[in-house]
Design a protein around this ligand. Structure first.
Ligand code: OAD
Length: 271
């Protein structure tokens, strides 16, 4: 099978590089044991909050993460929206406003470049910001929704709502209903089903290379996608600041900041 051959090739290459390096004992060769060319492969990338951290967008877990300072039950569940819509609205309006102040970082730009060079490329993100799009990526699958859009609770229709008045403390009404109704954030809350899952499983099951960047591996189904990719024979790569809970599921692990590592890795991968 194609992907088995691909893994065999990677193994042979790793062994070859290992002995080559040992033989000549030369760091100057600077061989990356895991160096692979991705150009002709089917590549799926999954990103998490870590990819936007260097743009100044807070991650969720860890020191000073969003869930450190806000109770998830108070702001990120359907019940919370029923109980105290103003609190939920204020939380997401603050994050929607922040979008106007942050810029894509080198990790977003590197992924934009990677997509432009690979015909069969899919970018899945758990992030609700639009920094991938502004970094040059297109057709991004936002599995946890998007901040830029709001959703009508009656029809389910979404609208891009980012004008100054859309970003105020007041609730925003939809344009689709005869009697305009209050829109909710277009975000997947806890207890709701993530978006595009059928397409996501299809892409992950059929990819040759699956790359995860900046995710703690705590939230399913996203955290389980590496297992799916592995089962179907893909080579799996992790780029993360530290080792997440599912780190041992990856074939290849790069620890460090995505904005520093990714530009170099993308250059290597495209070589
Ligand atoms: P987390 O906040 O759980 O994890 C972010 C990960 O990024 C951590 O493992 C950090 O070590 C890593 N990280 C931080 N800075 C980094 C950097 N500069 N470069 C690379 N890695 C870095 O965020 P997610 O895993 O994305 O869901 O969280 C998943 C979901 O949980 C979110 O989409 C959100 C949240 O609850 C919903 O709101 C539905």
């Amino acid at each position: 099978m194609y992907s088995t051959n691909f893994c065999d090739n990677i193994c042979r290459r790793k062994i070859y590089c290992y002995f080559y390096k040992k033989l000549y004992n030369s760091e100057l060769l600077n061989l990356n044991l895991f160096c692979i060319s991705v150009r002709d492969k089917r590549v799926v990338v999954l990103t998490g909050a870590g990819v936007s951290a260097e743009s100044g967008v807070k991650t969720f877990r860890g020191n000073d993460g969003l869930w450190e300072n806000h109770s998830l039950d108070d702001v990120a569940t359907p019940d919370a929206w029923i109980r105290d819509p103003q609190l939920v609205w204020d939380f997401y309006q603050a994050r929607r406003n922040q979008l106007t102040q942050v810029e894509p970082n080198p990790a977003h730009l590197a992924l934009g470049l990677l997509q432009s060079e690979i015909p069969d490329f899919t970018l899945i993100t758990q992030n609700v910001d639009d920094l991938h799009e502004r970094g040059g990526s297109s057709s991004v699958l936002h599995m946890h929704g998007e901040l830029r859009t709001l959703r009508c609770e009656v029809t389910g229709e979404t609208e891009l709502r980012m004008t100054d008045s859309d970003l105020s403390q007041n609730f925003v009404n939809c344009n689709c209903c005869e009697t305009p109704t209050k829109m909710r954030p277009d975000i997947v809350w806890f207890g709701e089903i993530p978006m595009f899952m059928q397409k996501i499983y299809q892409m992950v099951e059929n990819c040759d290379i699956f790359i995860v960047i900046g995710s703690s591996g705590h939230v399913y189904p996203a955290a389980g996608l590496v297992g799916v990719a592995s089962t179907y024979g893909a080579h799996t790569i992790l780029v993360n600041y530290d080792l997440p809970v599912n780190a041992d599921m990856f074939d290849e692990v790069h620890t460090g900041k995505a904005g520093e590592l990714l530009p170099k890795l993308v250059t290597e991968w495209l070589d």
